[in-house]
Design a protein around this ligand. Structure first.
Ligand SMILES: Nc1nc2c(ncn2[C@@H]2O[C@H](COP(=O)(O)OP(=O)(O)OP(=O)(O)O)[C@@H](O)[C@H]2O)c(=O)[nH]1
Length: 166
């Protein structure tokens, strides 16, 4: 669990780091079902991990809910001397999938906060209609409650602080 602030709103996010190894994939897929946002992560020093993104993406399409938000990440950006995947390749793949793209480093913290904030923003935007609906509903409920309170007060009671309602 982590709390981050997006547009002045404190959002509590639950983060699952799923295992990459093939033998855990049955369990991994179960995490997709309740995900609202997913990072598809490859390692910029491993062409193989980049090639594997297509497999991850098709699993996400198959098992994650419709409307799940996704961001492509090229991690280990601090390992420039070992780079096998160009930044342009990351951008190109992200464009194909219609995703945002960041190169990050868990070692230097490059773009870690930015990518988490962006994914949270995307999830919030995707749920904006529901949130707005809830806000309107809550406001209506509140108005109704206030109205009922007003109706229960005897005439002029609201102007008289000494009046007892019991
Ligand atoms: N240089 C560098 N090393 C990193 C970075 N992120 C992770 N590592 C190292 O990469 C190795 C694997 O990291 P994990 O966090 O276990 O990777 P994972 O993708 O969760 O691995 P799976 O268990 O297969 O899911 C560890 O030795 C980390 O220290 C990074 O940004 N830069």
């Amino acid at each position: 669990m982590k709390t981050i602030e997006v547009d002045g709103i404190k959002v509590r996010i639950q983060i699952w780091d799923t295992a990459g190894q093939e033998r855990y994939q049955t369990i991994t897929k179960q995490y997709y079902r309740r995900a609202q946002g997913i990072f598809l992560v490859y390692d910029i020093s491993s062409e193989r991990s980049y090639q594997h993104i297509m497999k991850w993406a098709s699993d996400v399409d198959e098992y994650a809910p419709d409307g799940v938000q996704k961001i492509l990440i090229g991690n280990k950006a601090d390992e420039e001397q070992k780079r096998q995947v160009g930044r342009d390749q990351g951008l190109q793949l992200a464009k194909e999938y219609g995703m945002d793209f960041y190169e990050t480093s868990a070692c230097t913290n490059l773009n870690i906060k930015e990518s988490f904030t962006r994914l949270t923003e995307l999830v919030l935007q995707a749920h904006k209609k529901e949130l707005d609906g809830l806000r309107t509903y809550a406001a209506d409920e509140l108005n109704l409650a206030e109205l009922e309170e007003e109706e229960r007060k005897p005439d002029g009671a609201e102007n008289s602080p000494k009046t007892c309602w019991c």
